[in-house]
Design a protein around this ligand. Structure first.
Ligand code: IFM
Length: 439
């Protein structure tokens, strides 16, 4: 692969940027419900308006073009195209993504389409959501609708974004929708999502000639807090739930040991073969390592611990450790033997426009420099990394943390929706230009 073939992009997700939640026939999702639940989002906000991307998509495509990315990863909102999750499709919702995809292609930007970035239609959650085995079939039908509609123009498909975040925080630790806290519900969700992934891979493969299909795993090394004995087993269990229960069955064909026995009641004959379907690349989202500790307040007996005193971090305790990113890439390359695409990496900093209307975000630039270098180090050591997508284009709705954290390389004024390129956007643009010139 030459430097010219390496994909430089940015990522976003439907619920985090689109807004227009009640427009043109979109149905409610579990995140609409979560935002209306007391305590569901720390600042009481919602994705009702978000970045108003549903109306401002032209401006956002122009931003992508100005930055010079070669690819844009976005997600299709399942409730926008299938308001009740299944059954009648919503033509207005489908047409929105037609317009977006066409504009991207016209701008010379390759669309990378994520099928699921956490916005399960509420109507399906009412029927059990991911705890119901039927959800795998509903997802496959939705995948068929999307692949059939856009597969003439989109070739890069992603089944799910960050399996372990939405299953663990949705069904065991109550930090995300639908906010269930139950071991059995969590295990069922894990297995049914794995089945849904396998089914969607087959559907997209069958419907889209030349499709390049991946799934996105948020892998982060799990370190026992304080290196204490009492935190070791909790960290090992979290490591399975966070890092292994999706890529292992999907790519290697088995569940890791602690989970294998617990999940057995939900596994039927033939399931492991249904889950292990060939994918073309491994999507990695990575921000920093996790420190875990024993915590009886959560159903699995583990919780999030703290990094060592004085560790650099970029907000809400997320530590900055580029070496862990390098090691993660190397480990994935050896364990799964697939090309890797970094589908998210980025940094939360709270820089706002100064008196001249400029947004200087040197901490983000430093973080990105360190992490891009770590990726290059992993590549030099043999990891076959094919692309890097920065999270994120815009300051947007950050799930349970509302609009507090800001990951965008473009500042979005919450009142006016005015977009302002931050220094990091200019830095990224220059970095891409330079990287493309490398032999
Ligand atoms: O905003 C999220 C995204 O939706 C999934 N990955 C992590 C990002 C930052 O928290």
């Amino acid at each position: 692969m030459t430097a010219r073939d390496f994909v430089w992009g940015v990522s976003t997700a439907a619920y985090q940027i689109e807004g227009a939640v009640a427009e043109d026939g979109r149905g409610p999702s579990i995140w609409d419900t979560r935002c209306r639940t007391k305590g569901g989002v720390s600042d009481g906000s919602s994705g009702d308006v978000a970045c108003d991307h549903y109306h401002r998509w032209r401006e956002d495509v122009a931003l992508l073009r100005a930055i010079g990315v070669g690819a844009y990863r976005f997600s299709v909102g399942w409730p926008r195209v299938l308001p009740r999750g299944r059954g009648a499709a919503n033509e207005a919702g489908l047409a929105f993504y037609d317009r977006l995809i066409d504009a991207l292609l016209e701008a010379g930007i390759e669309p990378w389409l994520t099928l699921y970035h956490w916005d399960l239609p509420q109507a399906l959650d009412d029927l059990g959501g991911w705890t119901s085995r039927d959800c795998a079939g509903w997802f496959a039908d939705y995948a068929a609708l999307v692949a059939g509609r856009y597969g003439d123009r989109v070739k890069r498909f992603i089944t799910f974004n960050e399996f372990s975040v939405f299953t663990l925080f949705g069904y065991a630790i109550p930090w995300a929708a639908p906010g269930v806290t139950d071991r059995a519900a969590h295990l069922k969700a894990v297995h049914h999502v794995n089945l849904a992934h396998g089914a969607a891979v087959d559907v997209v493969r069958a419907l889209v000639p030349g499709a390049s299909i991946g799934a996105i795993h948020n892998r982060q090394i799990v370190i026992p807090e304080g290196d204490l004995e009492e935190n070791r087993e909790p960290a090992a269990l979290l490591d399975e739930h966070w890092n292994l229960v999706f890529p292992d069955p999907q790519i290697l064909g088995f569940y890791p040991p602690r989970t294998a026995a617990a999940i057995e009641p939900y596994v039927k004959a033939g399931d492991m073969a249904r889950i292990r379907r060939p994918v073309d690349w491994f999507g990695l989202n990575h921000y920093g390592p996790i420190f875990a500790k024993a915590d009886p307040n959560f159903v699995w007996g583990y919780g999030w611990g703290s990094p060592p005193e004085g560790s650099p971090d970029h907000g809400f305790g997320w530590p900055i450790f580029p070496e862990a990113f390098r090691d993660e890439l190397t480990l994935i390359a050896r364990r799964y033997r697939l090309p890797i695409v970094v589908t998210e990496n980025g940094c939360n900093t709270d820089d706002a426009p100064d008196a001249n209307g400029e947004v200087h975000d040197p901490r983000r630039i430093l973080y990105l420099k360190l992490y891009v270098q770590a990726m290059r180090d992993a590549m030099a050591a043999g990891a076959d990394v094919r692309g890097y997508f920065l999270w994120s284009l815009l300051d947007c709705f950050e799930w349970g943390n509302g609009y507090g954290p800001k990951f965008g390389i473009v500042h979005v004024d919450r009142e006016t929706q005015k977009r302002t390129l931050k220094d990091s956007a200019r830095w990224y643009a220059e970095m891409i230009r330079t990287a493309r010139k490398d032999p």
